[in-house]
Design a protein around this ligand. Structure first.
Ligand code: NAD
Length: 349
C-alpha cells in the first residue's frame, strides 16, 4: 500500500465496531476466516523477523489488562486487551480490545481499530491454522466446550479451513449452548447439543476448550481424552487460569506460540520449566514435525500472541482499500511548520 501524502498523515482511518461488522459482511465471514488463517500463517513463516516479547500484563483480583506489541521492522502494532471472566454476569464482555498499526519509518499511526470482533476472528483463524498442521487427517467432528463469545468463530473457522461437518456443544450454562445453536443454524454444520463434557467429546477429532473462569479448572480429565485427538485449548491464557488436567499434558505433544509467554500463561504453567514444547512457527515453516502418528495426542496450548494481531491489523488495512468502512480520526497534530506546535495552538484560540 502506498504511503499516505503528508497532509493525509494527520488523519488516520479508525474502524469502529459498526464498520468492522460491515467489512466482515462485505467480505463474507468464512472468507475472512480463511484469508486470516493464511495471513497468520504467512507471518508465522517469517517469525525470525519480528520483535517478540511476552505481553505486558496488569493483573488484578478480577481479571487482567494486557498490551501486546510487535514489529517486523517496517510496520509496528499493539493491541490493548482485557480478560475479565466475571464481566459476563454483569452483562459485559469477558474480552474486549482495540489495536493500532504504525509505520516504523516515521512512527506515525496508520490505523486504529476495534479489536473485540477482530480478536475473535484472529483467535479462530489461529486455531484453524494450528489444526491444519496438527489435527488428524480428514477431521470432521469438532467438540466445543465453552459456548461463549468465541464459540461460533471457532466453529466456522474449523468448517471453512478444515471441512469440519459436525460440532458437539457443551457449556455449564445451557443458555450459552442455545445461543450458539441459534447462531450456527443455517451454516451447514450438523449441531449436537450435549449435557456433559463427557458426552460432548464422544467421537471427536478435535476438542476445543474455550471456557472462562479465573482458576485452575479441569474441563478435561485424563481419562476423557482418547488416542489420536487434537486438543485446541484456548481458555487457559493467564497465570492461575487453566482448563486441562496436567496428566493430559504428560500424554500429549504440546505446541505453543511463543514459549516465554506460554510458560507464564498457558496450560504448561502447571508443568516443570523444562517440559518439552514445539513452537508452532517451526511446524508451519517445515522445521519441526506436526502430527506424526494416528495415535498421537496433539495439544495446541493457545494463549494468543502479538504476531496474530499484527497479521489481523494488516489484513484489515488491506481490506479497507476502496471502501468507506472507516472514519478519519484527527489524532496526529499537524502544524504547517513541524516546529511550530505552539503557534498552531495559538492560532486556534
Ligand atoms: P465468555 O465468557 O463469553 O464464554 C465463556 C463460556 O465458558 C461461558 O459461556 C461459560 O458459561 C462457559 N464455562 C465456564 N466454565 C465452564 C465449564 N467448567 N465447563 C463448560 N463451560 C464453562 O468468554 P469468551 O470470550 O468466549 O472467551 C473464552 C475463553 O477464551 C476466555 O477464557 C478467554 O480469556 C479466552 N480467549 C483466549 C484467546 C486466545 O488467543 N487463546 C483469545 C480470546 C479469548
Amino acid at each position: 500500500m502506498p504511503a499516505p501524502l503528508p497532509s493525509e498523515r494527520a488523519f488516520i482511518p479508525f474502524v469502529s465496531v459498526e464498520n468492522m461488522m460491515r467489512l466482515v459482511h462485505h467480505v463474507g465471514i468464512e472468507t475472512v476466516l480463511v484469508e486470516l488463517t493464511d495471513a497468520v500463517e504467512a507471518d508465522f513463516r517469517r517469525w525470525d523477523l519480528f520483535d517478540k516479547t511476552p505481553r505486558v500484563a496488569s493483573h488484578s483480583h478480577d481479571g487482567v489488562i494486557e498490551l501486546m506489541p510487535t514489529s517486523d521492522g517496517a510496520v509496528y502494532s499493539f493491541k490493548y486487551v482485557n480478560g475479565h471472566p466475571k464481566n459476563m454476569a454483569q452483562g459485559l464482555q469477558t474480552v474486549t480490545a482495540f489495536g493500532l498499526l504504525a509505520e516504523v519509518s516515521t512512527g506515525y499511526p496508520v490505523l486504529l481499530t476495534e479489536m473485540t470482533l477482530l480478536t475473535a476472528l484472529r483467535t479462530a483463524a489461529t486455531s484453524a491454522m494450528a489444526a491444519r498442521h496438527l489435527a488428524p487427517a480428514n477431521s470432521r467432528r469438532l467438540t466445543l466446550i465453552g459456548n461463549g463469545a468465541q464459540a461460533e468463530f471457532q466453529a466456522l473457522a474449523m468448517k471453512a479451513v478444515l471441512g469440519i461437518e459436525e460440532v458437539r456443544l457443551y457449556d455449564i450454562d445451557p443458555r450459552a449452548t442455545e445461543k450458539t445453536l441459534r447462531n450456527l443454524a443455517g451454516t451447514g454444520l450438523r449441531l449436537v447439543p450435549c449435557t456433559s463434557a463427557q458426552a460432548a467429546i464422544e467421537g471427536a477429532d478435535i476438542i476445543t476448550t474455550c471456557t472462562a473462569d479465573k482458576q485452575y479448572a479441569t474441563i478435561l480429565t485424563d481419562n476423557m481424552v482418547g488416542a489420536g485427538v487434537h486438543i485446541n485449548a484456548i481458555g487457559g491464557d493467564c497465570p492461575g487460569k487453566t482448563e486441562l488436567h496436567r496428566d493430559i499434558l504428560l500424554r500429549s505433544d504440546t505446541f505453543v506460540e511463543y514459549p516465554p509467554q506460554t510458560r507464564i500463561e498457558g496450560e504448561i504453567q502447571q508443568m516443570d520449566p523444562d517440559y518439552p514444547v514445539t513452537e508452532l512457527w517451526q511446524v508451519v515453516s517445515g522445521r519441526a514435525k506436526g502430527r506424526s502418528s494416528d495415535r498421537q495426542i496433539t495439544l495446541f496450548d493457545s494463549v494468543g500472541f502479538a504476531i496474530e494481531d499484527f497479521s489481523a491489523l494488516r489484513y484489515v488495512r488491506e481490506k479497507l482499500q476502496g471502501t468507506d468502512y472507516f472514519q478519519k480520526l484527527d489524532i496526529i497534530a499537524d502544524p504547517d511548520d513541524p516546529r511550530d506546535l505552539f503557534g498552531m495552538l495559538q492560532r486556534a484560540a
